[in-house]
Design a protein around this ligand. Structure first.
Ligand code: ADP
Ligand code: ZN
Ligand code: ZN
Length: 755
């Protein structure tokens, strides 16, 4: 008897193992490893989706009744490589095999994606209708038919030169007609009713202008040549290139080489805010072989893109994190642009990092990976320095840009001079001048800076943990400063412990508050705000960016969203209102984040014809992250930051495991974690080889309470990833069914955002 082993598509721990089913004769030719099938499951025999992971012959009759496969879902099949990848993810990130398999197939596709009927009027059909109206005698158009055609024609924009396309249902509505009558019009040749797959018309994929290959400069040529030499093997390259150095052109010329070999390319870009612009550059160069994959596509659109990749109808997939699972037959190159971005790490189960998955796939496909950034992750640059990655350099701007000037403003002096506002005199003057010349302004505020840290506005003093060297967080309820790494706490003084002034204040002004302040200061300017609140809607961010591009907005205020990638040519003033906000988040990456942000912000100026001026306001002008950012000196920053990481033992000199507990019972969270610490320490002693593990905490997490649940955090540092996975296992095993009712844990190794 022929049987299969399947994984049921329900993500619960109890069901996370293979189940055996019989293949009925009718499906013998259809079922293979990777097929998605429907099987009867449980007492009620409800039909469940399942993934076939093995196929074979039944050798020993089990002592229970085997059931048969009910149906096979056509079209959806997971390649062997991706099944193996799912198992790798299951192991590396400790998640259910089901949820790992689900990454390989766009969710909910099978039932939801149906083709739907669309009424189309091609250009020649439109002409035919227009002719018919001119000469009603000859045509066979009754008044009713005329009315229907007229109403359909209202959908046509003469200048667009595009055919009309209306979903059948809608056509029936606007024509006040029936399917039957439309069919008759089809027989008469006025229109066509076709089956259309949902989502065929993803806006960004519409081809506009065509771009040609540029002549590479010497540095670019060297980069292309080096990677091109490795197209037959796995090698990871770190392309460190300053903003505007022409990384994208390097990517594109490499892609062309891979396409010439008949192979495919995955291009990862960090987030949706950037997608339209970057994607368009690839579409302009490569046209219809480009596909996209990101979270704002609907299920049908995602599925269609996935299918096209599988069928080889597209060869380049541009997308966010999940595009790394694109089912290309032969990948020839994987590119990760802005590789330092934290969005490449999944914050939910499976907590994978797209870079790690990319390198895994590149081994299976024997192809290179190119990681590109103007501010590489410290860990990545370290890997390049230690010969794990091959370093490629682009040190000069590809095109001579307009001039840019950078000014750092010491906000402590502003205070001394009696200016209590959030704008320094210089920045305010800069904005006034720009408005006069009808140039645009971007004001930037770091959202994650809302964390309450206390700082002296006179001398810049900030409370820092004596053991962890991260900023401490202010807790208003007991007026104490707490370190969220180790739990160390201090009462807040009335006056600054450093200079004795009484300007010791909790920080944090929201974008909204800033907007109303700016409005008051510049009553005649058109001001818009772009942050998570204003971009909830599907095209929210695109609309704001478009309006800014069309100069309908003078001043754009926003979070890091507006600091990246965009290419506005009329911006002459860029301001960071308080660069400190990101320096004092309670995260060991605070300096790195700040360096990245300030570098990006500076990169927004001097792009077009107008000269740019960046104003960086800060209370800590001597901080090395700011100094190097202002000099546009990444190497200098890296050399100093790596010393800190080494001295305090942070990545890349260790791996970090983070456990977060969530519970309504505040005391339970701490107690549970304290017990785990004991366990981990026992464990460490017994095994001896786990000697270099360092436990920090437990402590209240950075965000101490969410939706009525208390959050606590424990950090474990260790030099071996394997050791930390053992601890992770122990942590998961320590929660039985009963405990899991009242306490949840999230365990993450090497998270990019620390909470
Ligand atoms: P990056 O991605 O490194 O920030 P871009 O790829 O956006 O840089 O390039 C910046 C600008 O330089 C773009 O307008 C691009 O068209 C232009 N550019 C890149 N390479 C060349 C080249 N070899 N010759 C002329 N212009 C170039
Ligand atoms: Zn002070
Ligand atoms: Zn501490």
């Amino acid at each position: 008897m022929e049987i299969v082993q399947v994984i049921i598509g329900i993500s619960t721990k109890a069901l996370d193992r293979p189940f055996t089913y019989i293949i009925p004769k009718t499906f013998r030719d259809l079922v293979e490893v990777g097929s998605v099938v429907l099987v009867p499951f449980g007492k009620g025999n409800t039909l469940k989706e399942a993934y076939v992971i093995d196929r074979g012959i039944l050798t020993k009759e089990p002592d229970y009744q085997l059931k048969e496969i009910h149906d096979v879902i056509h079209d959806v099949k997971v390649e062997k490589e991706l099944i193996k990848l799912a198992y790798w993810i299951h192991k590396r990130y400790e998640c259910n095999i089901t949820s790992a398999l689900k990454l390989m197939v766009p969710t909910d596709v099978h039932s939801k994606v149906k083709t739907h009927k669309v009424v189309t009027l091609e250009l020649d059909q439109i002409t035919k209708i227009q002719d018919a109206f001119q000469d009603l005698e000859v045509s066979k158009l009754t008044t009713k038919r005329q009315e229907v055609l007229k109403s359909l024609l209202t959908r046509w924009h003469e200048d667009s030169k595009k055919p009309i396309k209306i979903p059948l249902k809608e056509a029936i509505q606007i024509g006040k007609t029936t399917h039957g009558l439309l069919k008759t019009l089809q027989e008469l040749g006025y229109l066509t009713i076709i089956d259309d797959e949902i989502g065929r018309d993803i806006q960004v994929l519409r081809k506009g202008i065509t771009s040609q290959e540029l002549i590479l400069n010497n540095e670019q040529k060297m980069c292309v040549d080096k990677v091109a030499c490795s197209l037959n093997e796995q090698e990871t390259f770190l392309l460190y290139g300053i903003t505007g150095s022409g990384k994208t052109e390097v990517y594109m010329q490499l892609i062309q080489k891979v396409l010439n070999r008949g192979e495919s390319v995955i291009v990862l870009i960090p987030e949706i805010g950037l997608t339209p612009l970057t994607t368009r550059r690839f579409v302009e160069r490569f046209g219809p072989v480009v596909g996209v994959q990101h979270s704002k596509l609907n299920a049908g659109e995602r599925y269609e893109q996935w299918l096209k990749a599988k069928r080889g109808e597209i060869q380049i997939m541009v997308g966010a994190r999940s595009a790394i699972f694109t089912p290309f037959n032969k990948i020839g190159l994987i590119i990760i642009d802005e590789e330092h971005e934290h969005t490449y790490k999944s914050e939910q189960n499976p907590r994978y990092h797209a870079r790690e998955v990319a390198i895994k796939r590149s081994i299976d496909h024997q192809c290179p990976v190119v990681l590109g950034s103007a501010t590489p992750l410290i860990e990545s640059y370290h890997k390049a320095m230690t010969d794990n990655y091959t370093l490629l350099n682009l040190t000069a701007r590809a095109v001579e840009g307009s001039k840019r000037q950078v000014t750092m403003i010491d906000m402590r002096h502003e205070l001394e001079n009696g200016n209590m506002s959030i704008l320094s005199n210089e920045l305010e003057q800069g904005i006034t001048d720009a408005l006069k010349k009808q140039e645009q302004i971007i004001l930037f505020i770091n959202r994650r800076g809302f964390a309450n840290f206390v700082s002296c506005r006179k001398c810049g003093f900030v409370y820092t943990c004596k053991d962890c060297d991260v900023s401490m967080t202010y807790h208003a309820n007991n007026k104490r400063m707490i370190c969220h790494y180790c739990g160390y706490s201090l009462p807040v003084d009335k006056t600054c412990p450093e200079c004795g002034s009484s300007y010791l204040k909790a920080f944090g002004a929201g974008t909204q508050k800033i907007q109303s302040y700016i409005k008051k200061t510049f009553p005649n300017a058109k001001i818009a705000r772009m942050d998570q609140d204003t971009t909830q809607k599907k095209h929210g961010h695109e609309l704001i960016l478009k309006a800014f591009e069309d100069k309908e907005i003078d001043i754009l205020i926003g979070t890091q969203m507006i600091a990246k990638g965009h290419d506005f040519h009329n911006v002459s003033v860029v301001g960071v209102l308080a660069a400190d906000l990101s320096l004092h988040i309670d995260d060991f990456r605070a300096a790195e984040r700040t360096f990245q942000l300030v570098t990006q912000v500076i990169g927004r100026t001097g792009r077009g014809d107008v000269n740019g001026h960046a104003f960086i306001q800060t209370y800590s002008p001597d901080h090395f992250a700011l100094k190097y950012a202002l000099e546009e000196n990444y190497i200098g920053f890296y050399n100093e930051e790596i010393l800190f990481r080494r001295a305090m033992i942070y990545p890349p000199f260790c791996h970090i495991l983070q456990v977060i507990t969530l519970t309504e019972n505040e005391e339970l969270g701490m107690r549970f974690l304290n017990e785990r610490v004991e366990k981990i320490e026992n464990f460490v002693d017994k095994e001896k080889q786990f000697g270099d593990i360092i436990v920090l905490g437990p402590a209240k997490a950075g965000i101490g309470r969410v939706k009525g649940k208390y959050r606590h955090r424990l950090l474990v540092k260790g030099s071996s990833y394997k050791q930390l996975t053992n601890i992770r296992k122990e942590l998961y095993n320590s929660i039985d069914n009963k405990l899991s009712q009242v306490l949840q844990i999230h365990v993450d190794i090497n998270p990019l955002i620390m909470y």
